[in-house]
Design a protein around this ligand. Structure first.
Ligand code: ADP
Ligand code: ZN
Length: 728
């Protein structure tokens, strides 16, 4: 049981304010538990905090202020407090920032009570203003679900008085509902499927793990369509039987809709959801129910790792290799690694599922730290797609066209049979470059060292670094020539244009994140495609992830060489994973699939490995290369990004840091750089990067903290330390 502090006892409180120490307060009337969420005075303000432990008492007791009140929330458990501390130590993140990750529940601590909700009513308003119509449209879109006044007003862009007025007419129904209802119980024995032999074997291992009550990590490696999801749902079932909670992390919100349906089929009810697309009210409910045990299963994005679970027994990281698990702003953490950390603290099991595991997980399994389970064939009648390269050097293509005649013929053959084809190009927008044919000027972002990408759908040029957009100019901003600006290279929108011209009869669906206003719209489009609402699916990276399109039998990769350019050491790994994943979209049901990779370098070792499917061989070669270079996962790496509006200032600091490296050398670590960061200017700030490399097993973080702590960040200078950077 957690410690209890009687009224007046000194307690140390961690707040979400950027202070570098815990603050002492007196426990309030009625006392408080360790871990209690409290409101405390800080100067003239009231701020949120958590009782972290006993106070230090190094201030005059008479001057110590009292906790204002204890919030109505389950106190934070020891397990979550140590997780935040250790994750903070690992990522070198100050504790207030860690606490912010764990308190992303709006209205935290408000007394549970009733709240007003609004849904569509029967009545007809006598007067239908524009504002009123928008309210009714929003409610109609909700399909019977209710919204709070605030949510409704925001979604419809009206003032609360409009809603009140409509409620009087009966067109909108006003009700009181309890704020925080538990989620429907999931039934572990509801809709289990008969598993194939290899599935059953894997499920048995996972069940035993989930029943053990101990920590353990399993790498569940299975080719696309092998039935990994069905297998790890058995681990979820076992955790539920044990009375423990489970968390399934997905790399992409768009994947949740399909997944929720599968959970419902398996457990008879839907689980809780946690991601940026969840409404404010619902997020509050999830947060509370997770703490109280009224949510048995959470499906969510990486941030759900910081929820206050009552008793977390299992974490599944689906598509564990996915780079979007790495948070790249604010606290720089990798959700896959943090899942393993949290599980080890709360005696839970981790399942890392992927068809193409990260080299890190592969190496951990190889070293015996993770148990590895393999599903080597597709479930049922489905077979793995045949993969072939399409040598572009032999194809007759006019300029500004990207679909080769061979690929065109293959697409036509598929649609003629009533099947679907996919064209994959990992580039958003219409064209990556806009160039002036008179003077050669390329339009760049005014704030970043990046080209502006034409997005014809938005009718603007967009910077993919900072999001700046400008209307497409009529004249060249450099030489003033008129009508000379030309789009160079393909983006997915341009590919869609080409496909529309090549296949005028076909129904096209374009899947690119910026073509959808909301996560919901994207989910609906994915369902529509799965149900056969399109003949050709054109998409970016978004389509490579986990979707199940049963009618899809052909995947055409427009540019298989795209990811192999550049000097990133991970280029081979990424390209291998992406190509195998996207090819895996084909032939997931009865009809066999084919993947065609357009390439100018069919002899490239990575392309050959992708085609041959000799994964073990590929990983061994990759592993050897990384081992020889002392790179992750065989060595440790940290990136330090320095930025400032003043280019001289960043380089001066970078050079000073590179010189004064004694703290690092003491532990055997080495500094490289400073060099311009991969994107040398973002949002008007110049960026340089230092890389710190150390042998495995070195306590790198304390050395980094000591080293970086020597330098004062004056004026505009900023420093961000990225442990285990994704790009190197
Ligand atoms: P993966 O996650 O490995 O890509 P899935 O779990 O999505 O594979 O399975 C692929 C397809 O096969 C899905 O449509 C799934 O419902 C089906 N499937 C998998 N295992 C079974 C089973 N044991 N019984 C019936 N259908 C299954
Ligand atoms: Zn920019």
């Amino acid at each position: 049981m957690d410690a209890f502090y009687d009224q007046g006892t000194l307690v140390a409180v961690l707040t979400t304010q950027p202070l570098d120490r815990l603050l002492d307060y007196r426990a309030p009337e009625g006392g408080c538990f360790q871990g209690a969420f409290v409101e405390v005075p800080l100067g003239p303000r009231k701020v949120l905090g958590v009782v972290w432990g006993p106070g230090k008492g190094d201030f005059d007791y008479a001057k110590v202020r009292s906790v204002i009140r204890v919030l109505d929330a389950v106190p934070m458990r020891d397990e979550l407090r140590s997780f935040l501390e250790r994750a903070g130590d690992y990522t070198l993140t100050p504790m207030p920032a860690m606490l912010r990750l764990a308190t992303r529940a709006p209205g935290l601590g408000e007394a549970p009570s009733m709240r007003r909700i609004y849904r569509l009513g029967e009545g007809e308003p006598s007067r239908l203003t524009d504002a009123r119509r928008r309210v009714l449209d929003v409610l109609r879109d909700m399909g019977g679900l209710a919204l709070t006044q605030g949510e409704l007003a925001e979604a419809a862009g009206v003032t609360p008085s409009v809603i009140k007025g409509l409620a009087k007419t009966g067109a909108v129904r006003e009700e009181d509902a309890p704020r925080d209802t538990p989620f429907p119980r999931l039934d572990a024995d509801y809709g289990g499927k008969d598993l194939a032999e290899d599935q059953a074997k894997a499920a048995e291992v996972l069940r035993a793990g989930a029943a053990s009550g101990r920590y353990g990590t399993v790498l569940l490696k299975g080719v696309t369509g092998s039935g990994k999801t069905e297998v790890y749902l058995e681990a979820v079932a076992e955790a539920l039987r044990q009375g423990r909670q489970a968390l399934v992390l997905l790399p992409e919100i768009a994947l949740t809709a399909e997944f929720l349906t599968r959970v419902e089929a398996r457990f008879g009810a839907k689980p809780a959801e946690w991601h940026s697309g969840v409404t404010v009210t619902e997020r509050r409910r999830v947060w509370k129910q997770v703490a109280q045990g009224g949510a048995q299963l959470v499906v969510g994005a990486r941030s759900s790792l910081f929820l206050p679970f009552r008793d977390l027994g299992l974490i599944v990281v689906d598509e564990e290799h996915d780079t979007s698990y790495k948070q790249d702003e604010g606290v720089l953490y990798n959700a896959r690694d943090m899942a393993v950390l949290r599980a080890s603290i709360c005696s839970a099991q981790v399942v890392l599922a992927s068809a193409t595991p990260s080299l890190e997980s592969w190496a951990n399994a190889d070293a015996g730290k993770y148990t590895r389970l393999d599903l080597t064939s597709r479930f049922g009648a489905a077979v793995l797609p045949e993969m072939r390269s399409l040598d572009m050097r032999g194809e007759d293509l006019p300029s500004n066209r990207w679909v080769s005649p061979t690929l065109q013929a293959a697409v036509r053959a598929r649609i003629a049979k009533g099947e679907q084809a996919m064209l994959f190009l990992n580039r958003r927008g219409y064209a990556p470059v806009t160039i002036c044919r008179a003077c050669g000027h390329q339009i760049g972002c005014p704030h970043c060292d990046a080209r502006m990408v034409e997005h014809r759908f938005l009718q603007r040029l967009v910077c993919h670094q900072c999001g700046e957009t400008i209307p497409k100019p009529e004249t060249c901003p450099s030489c003033g020539a008129e009508d000379k600006l030309a789009a160079v290279g393909p983006g997915v929108e341009r590919l869609a244009e080409e496909a529309a011209a090549l296949f005028p009869e076909a129904r096209l669906a374009v899947l690119s994140s910026d073509l959808f206003g909301s996560a919901r719209a994207l989910k609906e489009e994915i369902v529509r495609i799965a149900e056969g609402g399109a003949d050709i699916v054109i998409g970016t990276q978004l389509v490579a992830k986990g979707h199940n399109f049963p009618l899809l039998t052909l995947v055409g990769v427009i540019d298989a060489d795209l990811g192999l350019q550049g000097s990133d050491l991970r280029a081979a790994e990424r390209t291998f994973q992406l190509m195998r994943q996207v090819a895996g979209r084909a032939g997931r049901a009865e009809k066999p699939g084919v993947a065609l990779l357009q390439t100018y370098q069919p002899e490239h070792p990575v392309i050959r490995a992708i085609l041959s499917g000799d994964e073990e061989g590929f990983w061994k070669a990759e592993a050897e290369e990384r081992r020889a270079a002392g790179m992750p996962p065989y060595g440790r790496l940290a990136g330090v990004i320095l930025s400032s509006t003043d280019v001289q200032e960043v380089f001066d600091l970078g050079n000073a840091m590179a010189r004064q490296d004694a703290a690092l050398r003491r532990v055997g670590a080495q500094v490289y750089g400073p060099a311009p960061a991969p994107i040398a200017r973002v949002r008007g700030r110049h960026r340089v990067r230092l890389l710190v490399k150390a042998p495995k097993g070195v306590a790198l973080q304390p050395a980094l903290a000591e080293w970086a702590g020597q330098f004062r960040l004056k004026g505009e200078l900023r420093m961000a330390i990225d442990i285990d950077p994704q790009n190197f």
